[in-house]
Design a protein around this ligand. Structure first.
Ligand SMILES: Cc1cc2nc3c(=O)[nH]c(=O)nc-3n(C[C@H](O)[C@H](O)[C@H](O)COP(=O)(O)O)c2cc1C
Length: 181
C-alpha cells in the first residue's frame, strides 16, 4: 500500500497547536502591578531551549530582566529610537534600520553587562496585557504560497515592493483583521 494513503493526520493535535499559533498576539503595554512568576518565565525559557539551530550550535543566551530600574531604562530607549525612525521616514511603520546605527545599543549593553563582541538579537516582553490584544491583518495563503515553482502572479518587483511600502503597508500593518479585509 502507498505510504501516503496510510498517513492519518492527528487533527486534534494540529488544532491544539493552531490554537496557540492563531492566538499569539503582540502586546506593547502591560498591567504593571501583576508580576509574572519566575516559574512562568522558566516555562517559556524551557520552550526556547528546544529551538533548532544551525549545526545544533545553540548560539544563544537569555538575560531575564526583572529589575524595575533596568526595565525602565530599556523602555526609555524604545521611546527614543522610534522617534528617530519617524524623522528618517515620513510614514513609519516600515523600520528603517539605518536609525539603529545611532540607537544607544552600547549603553543597553552596559546596563545588562553584555560584553563587546556579543550581539543583542532581540528583546521580548512578558506580562498581562493592559488591554486585550486583537488579531492583526494577515496575508491570505494564496498570496504567500506557490507550489513547485515561484508563481509569477504573486511576484513583486522592487518597484512593486516600494509602492506597497509607500501606499499600503502603513495602512494595514497594525490594523485589525476585520478592518482591512
Ligand atoms: C522580527 C520581528 C521584528 C519586530 N519588530 C518590532 C518592532 O521593532 N517594534 C514593534 O512594536 N513590534 C515589532 N514586531 C511585532 C510586529 O509588529 C507584529 O508581530 C505584527 O504587527 C503582527 O502583529 P501580531 O504579532 O499581533 O500578529 C516585530 C516582530 C517580528 C517577528
Amino acid at each position: 500500500m502507498d505510504d501516503v494513503t496510510q498517513f492519518t493526520p492527528n487533527l486534534a493535535r494540529y488544532e491544539a497547536l493552531m490554537d496557540v499559533v492563531r492566538n499569539r498576539l503582540t502586546s506593547r503595554a502591560f498591567r504593571p502591578h501583576i508580576t509574572v512568576p519566575r516559574e512562568h518565565i522558566e516555562l517559556v525559557l524551557e520552550a526556547a531551549r528546544h529551538a533548532p539551530s544551525g549545526a545544533n550550535a545553540q548560539p544563544w543566551h537569555y538575560i531575564v530582566v526583572i529589575d524595575p530600574a533596568v526595565k525602565k531604562s530599556i523602555a526609555g530607549y524604545f521611546v527614543v529610537e522610534p522617534s528617530k525612525r519617524v524623522k528618517l521616514t515620513t510614514k513609519f511603520p516600515t523600520p528603517n534600520y539605518r536609525g539603529l546605527e545611532t540607537a544607544p545599543q552600547t549603553t543597553l549593553r552596559s546596563l545588562i553587562d553584555v560584553p563587546e563582541g556579543l550581539a543583542i538579537i532581540d528583546i521580548m516582553v512578558f506580562g498581562v496585557p493592559a488591554k486585550p490584544p486583537f488579531k492583526r491583518w494577515e496575508k491570505s495563503l494564496a498570496q504567500i504560497v506557490s507550489w513547485n515553482r515561484h508563481d509569477m502572479n504573486n511576484n513583486m518587483t522592487i518597484d512593486d515592493i516600494e509602492s506597497w511600502v509607500r501606499e499600503i503597508h502603513h495602512k494595514v500593518t497594525y490594523r485589525g483583521e476585520a478592518k482591512v479585509n
